[in-house]
Design a binder for this molecule. Structure first.
Ligand SMILES: *[C@@H]1O[C@H](CO)[C@@H](O)[C@H](O)[C@H]1NC(C)=O
Ligand SMILES: *[C@@H]1O[C@H](CO)[C@@H](O)[C@H](O)[C@H]1NC(C)=O
Length: 492
C-alpha cells in the first residue's frame, strides 16, 4: 500500500464529501447487524484520513465477486481436497496483523528503550511514549509495509497453497478504552484475502488473541496474565467477534479463498481451568463457524488447536460424522521451548519429529484432517534475543523478545547449550553444516506432517532471525524452491 502523493492529499478536502459519503452510509447500513462491515468502514476512514490510498480496499468486494468465477472454474477441476489427496503447504503471515517483537524488532526497540514496559502490542498501544496517535501511525505504517501483495505472490511462487493469517480480537470491533488496543488491521485482512484470491492461495483465518489473553504469550497481544477463561464475559465477547468474522467470510465471494477459520489460537491447556473452558468454547464455536448465525451449514472448515494437550487427546472429540462436518485439527510443534528439547542433538531432534507420525496418522484415519499449523525449521530460540538488548538469566521481568534458553540468557536459565552467534540473524552468516541441519529439519517435518493433512510453517518472514523465515530459507537454500523436493530422502 503506497501512501497517496502530496498532490492528492491537497486535493482531499475538496473531494472530502464525495469520498466520505459512501463510507459513512456504509457504516450506517452495517451498524446494527454487520459488525465486520462497520469496523471495516471505520478502518477505511482512518486509513483515508491518514493519507493512504484506499481505492483497492474500496473495490475489493466487487473484485472478489468477479474473481469467484475464475476460482470456481478452477476449483471444479483442481479443487482442494482437505483430508484427502491434497496437502496443505503454507506459511503463517506472522507478526503482521498481530505484531510480535521477535519477528519485527524494529517496531518495538526504540519505544522499548524509552519505556521498558513496552513488550507487546498491548503495551505498545498503552505506553507509547509519544502517545496514542503516534502508536496508531506506527501500526498503520507497519501493516502497510510488513506484508504486501509481493509477499503473497512470492508465497504462491514458492509452490505453497495456503496462508494462515493471525488476527487479534481488537481488530474485529470496538475495543473498550481500558483495553488500549488500536484497531485497523481488518482493512489489511480484507486486502490479504483479495491478494490471496488473485494468487490462487487459500486462507486460514486464525483468531490469535482473545479478550483477557488465552495464553499470556506476547503473540496473543498481551504478555502476562491469562484471563480469557476466567471471565464468562470474555468468552461471550470472543464468540460475538468470531461470529462477525464468520458472517463476513462465509459469503460466496470468499469461497475457494477463505476455506478455514480457527476460533482460537493456542489456549493455554497447561494452566488449570483452561481445557474445560476451551472444550466448551469449541462446542459452541463449531456452530458459529459452520453456520455463521444461519440455519444452513456453510463451506468453512472448523480448525481447532489442540490446547497443548496433544493431538491424540482429541481423537474422540467431535468424532460423530452425523453431527459434525468439516472439522480440522491443528497442533503446533516446536522443539526449542523446553529444557529437554533445547539440548537435542540433530539426530534426537529428527527422531522427535518422526515420533509425531502416529498422531497425525491416527487423526487422519479418524477424518479429523490434522495439520501442523505452526512449526519451524529452526532448532534454537536464539531469535528471542533482540539485537541491541542485553538479557540476563537473573532478570526479574521478561523483556522484549525474552532472551534465549539456548545460550542461558532467558529468565531463570540454569544452563547454556551453546552460543547464539551464527544460529540466528542473517542467513548469510550460517555455516553450510548449520544450513544442512535446517534443511533436514524442514524436510523431515514436511514429510511427517504430510502423513496428516499438511503444514503451515511459522513464519513467512523475519526481520533479523532468518532461521525462522521461510523467505530466508528459500534465499539461502535450506528450503527448496519446490516444497516436495527431498535432498535427504525419507528420514523416518
Ligand atoms: C491508488 O491505488 C490504485 C490501485 O489500487 C491505483 O490505480 C491508483 O493509481 C492509486 N492512486 C494513487 C494516487 O496513487
Ligand atoms: C553477518 O554478515 C554480514 C555480512 O554478510 C555482516 O555485516 C554482519 O556483521 C554479520 N553478522 C554477524 C552477527 O556475524
Amino acid at each position: 500500500m503506497v501512501r497517496t502523493s502530496a498532490l492528492l492529499l491537497l486535493a482531499l478536502p475538496l473531494a472530502a464529501s464525495a469520498l466520505e459519503t459512501p463510507l459513512s452510509r456504509r457504516a450506517q447500513r452495517h451498524q446494527s447487524e454487520d459488525l465486520f462491515g462497520a469496523q471495516l468502514a471505520l478502518d477505511m476512514q482512518m486509513m483515508q484520513e491518514a493519507g493512504y490510498n484506499i481505492s483497492e480496499a474500496l473495490g475489493a468486494s466487487d473484485e472478489l465477486e468477479r474473481l469467484q468465477k475464475t476460482l470456481q472454474k478452477r476449483a471444479a477441476t483442481t479443487g482442494f481436497n482437505y483430508g484427502g489427496s491434497s496437502k496443505v503447504r503454507g506459511v503463517n503471515l506472522g507478526g503482521w496483523l498481530v505484531s510480535e517483537p521477535f519477528i519485527k524488532p524494529s517496531l518495538f526497540l526504540g519505544v522499548h528503550k524509552r519505556d521498558s514496559r513496552i513488550v507487546d502490542e498491548y503495551t505498545f498501544c498503552r505506553y507509547h511514549p509519544d502517545g496514542r496517535a503516534a502508536a496508531r501511525a506506527a501500526l498503520m505504517q507497519h501493516w502497510a509495509s510488513w506484508m504486501t501483495e509481493a509477499d503473497i505472490k512470492a508465497i504462491a511462487a514458492a509452490g505453497l497453497n495456503h496462508v494462515r493469517i493471525p488476527i487479534g480480537y481488537w481488530a474485529l470491533g470496538v475495543v473498550p478504552a481500558n483495553e488500549y488496543y488500536i484497531s485497523g488491521a481488518l482493512y489489511y485482512l480484507k486486502l490479504a484475502v483479495l491478494w490471496a484470491g488473485r494468487a490462487n492461495l487459500r486462507v486460514l483465518i486464525d483468531l490469535h488473541g482473545a479478550p483477557g489473553s488465552q495464553n499470556g504469550f506476547d503473540n496473543s497481544g498481551r504478555q502476562g496474565p491469562i484471563e480469557w477463561h476466567t471471565s464468562a464475559d470474555n468468552v461471550a465477547r470472543t464468540k460475538k467477534l468470531l461470529l462477525a468474522l464468520v458472517a463476513e467470510f462465509q459469503q460466496s465471494k470468499y469461497t475457494n479463498i477463505v476455506t478455514a477459520i480457527q476460533p482460537l489460537n493456542e489456549p493455554a491447556g497447561f494452566v488449570d481451568g483452561v481445557l474445560p473452558v476451551a472444550k466448551q468454547y469449541y462446542l459452541d464455536s463449531y456452530k458459529i463457524v459452520r453456520f455463521g448465525g444461519t440455519s444452513k451449514a456453510n463451506k468453512l472448515l472448523f480448525n481447532i488447536h489442540d490446547v497443548f494437550v496433544g493431538l491424540s487427546y482429541w481423537t474422540g472429540f467431535m468424532a460423530k460424522a452425523t453431527s459434525y462436518s468439516n472439522v480440522m485439527s491443528d497442533t503446533h510443534i516446536y522443539t526449542m521451548f523446553d529444557d529437554v528439547q533445547i539440548k537435542y542433538t540433530d539426530a534426537q531432534r529428527i527422531q522427535k519429529y518422526c515420533s509425531y507420525s502416529s498422531d497425525v496418522s491416527a487423526l487422519s484415519a479418524g477424518g479429523k484432517r490434522p495439520i501442523v499449523g505452526e512449526w519451524t525449521a529452526a532448532s534454537t530460540d536464539c531469535s528471542g534475543k533482540i539485537p541491541g538488548i542485553t538479557y540476563k538469566s537473573t532478570d526479574t521481568v521478561k523483556g522484549l523478545g525474552g532472551g534465549a534458553r539456548y545460550d542461558g540468557t532467558a529468565i531463570g536459565a540454569t544452563y547454556k547449550v551453546g552460543s547464539c552467534t551464527g544460529k540466528t540473524g542473517s542467513g548469510a552468516n550460517f555455516s553450510s553444516a548449520y544450513k544442512a541441519s535446517l534443511r533436514k529439519f524442514y524436510e523431515v517435518q514436511t514429510t511427517v506432517y504430510e502423513r496428516g493433512s499438511g503444514w503451515i510453517m511459522w513464519t513467512w518472514k523475519m526481520e533479523s532471525g532468518d532461521d525462522w523465515s521461510y523467505q530466508a530459507g528459500l534465499k539461502y537454500g535450506w528450503i527448496p524452491k519446490n516444497p516436495t523436493e527431498k535432498k535427504y530422502g525419507n528420514q523416518c
